[in-house]
Design a protein around this ligand. Structure first.
Ligand code: CTP
Ligand code: MG
Length: 237
C-alpha cells in the first residue's frame, strides 16, 4: 500500500487580488503550485501526487507541471476541481488508484511547507492515526462575535482560552477510507468544512495534532506573498 498527496489548487485566490488563479502565480519565478508539488514529492512517503486544477484549467496545469522538473519517480495526476474546496478534495480522492491506503491533503496555497512537517504527518498516519493535522499555538487572542454586516460594531460572544487553541495547517493526513467516507457523508452539505479533519471529527473519530511549522503558512492576502518571497530568498541565500 502507498501514500498519495492530493493538492487542491482550484481556487481563484480572490483575497490575493486580481490576477491568475492563485496556484499559478509566481513565487521566486516559479508557480506556487510547482513549489507545493515539489514539497510533497520530496517526502519519501509520497509516491503519487494528485493535483486538483481549476475546473476549466486541467490541460494548462498538466502542461505547466510537465515543463517543470519534479523529484525522480514522482507520478502526478491532474484532475479538474469544483466550486468549493470540499468539492475539489472529493474529486481528487475519486482519482486515487486502489492501492493507496493513506492520503495527505495539502493546499497549493502552502507552497513552502518543510519536508519534516510532511514526513511527521505521514508517519503519524502510517502509525495508525485515522486523522492527523499539523498546527501551531495561536499568538493573537481570539474572540467569538455575533457577525454584523457593513462594518457595524459586532457584539462579543466569548473569549476561548488561548492556550487551548491551535491554528491548523496542511498537509492533513488520513486513512484513505476514513476521509472518503467523510466526504461521501457530508458531500450534500456544501462548503460547511474549511478543513478535512473537521469532517472526520464529525464522523466521531479521533483527530490528533502534531507540531506544524511557521513556513507552512497559507498565502492568502498580498502581505503573505511578501513573506513567502522573503522566506524563499533566505532559503536560496
Ligand atoms: N481550493 C480548491 N477549490 C476551490 C477553492 C479552493 O481547490 N473551489 C483550494 C485553493 O486552490 C487552495 C486551498 O483550496 O489551494 C485553500 O483555499 P484558499 O486559501 O481559500 O484559496 P482560494 O479559495 O483560491 O482563495 P480565496 O478564498 O481568497 O478566493
Ligand atoms: Mg477560498
Amino acid at each position: 500500500t502507498r501514500t498519495a498527496a492530493v493538492i487542491p489548487a482550484a481556487g481563484r485566490g480572490i483575497r490575493l487580488g486580481p490576477g491568475a488563479p492563485k496556484a499559478l502565480r509566481a513565487l521566486g519565478g516559479t508557480p506556487m503550485l510547482v513549489h507545493a508539488v515539489r514539497a510533497m514529492a520530496r517526502s519519501r512517503a509520497v509516491s503519487l501526487v494528485v493535483v486538483v486544477a481549476p475546473p476549466d484549467g486541467a490541460p494548462q496545469v498538466r502542461t505547466l507541471l510537465d515543463d517543470h522538473a519534479l523529484p525522480d519517480g514522482t507520478e502526478v495526476l491532474v484532475v479538474p476541481g469544483g466550486d468549493t474546496r470540499q468539492d475539489s478534495v472529493r474529486l481528487g480522492l475519486a482519482a486515487l488508484p486502489g492501492d493507496v491506503a493513506s492520503v495527505l491533503v495539502h493546499d497549493a496555497a502552502r507552497p513552502l511547507v518543510p519536508i519534516d512537517t510532511v514526513d511527521a504527518v505521514a508517519a503519524a498516519v502510517r502509525g495508525g492515526a485515522p486523522a492527523v493535522v499539523p498546527a501551531l499555538p495561536v499568538t493573537d487572542t481570539v474572540k467569538e462575535v455575533d457577525p454584523r454586516t457593513g462594518g457595524a460594531p459586532e457584539p462579543v460572544v466569548g473569549t476561548p482560552v488561548r492556550a487551548r487553541l491551535r491554528a491548523v495547517q496542511t498537509p492533513q493526513g488520513f486513512d484513505r477510507a476514513t476521509l472518503a467516507e467523510a466526504h461521501r457523508k457530508f458531500a450534500a452539505e456544501g462548503d460547511g468544512a474549511t478543513d478535512d479533519a473537521g469532517m472526520v471529527e464529525r464522523l466521531g473519530l479521533p483527530v490528533v495534532v502534531v507540531p506544524g511549522h511557521e513556513e507552512a503558512f497559507k498565502v492568502t492576502r498580498p502581505l503573505d506573498l511578501v513573506l513567502a518571497e522573503a522566506v524563499l530568498a533566505r532559503r536560496r541565500a
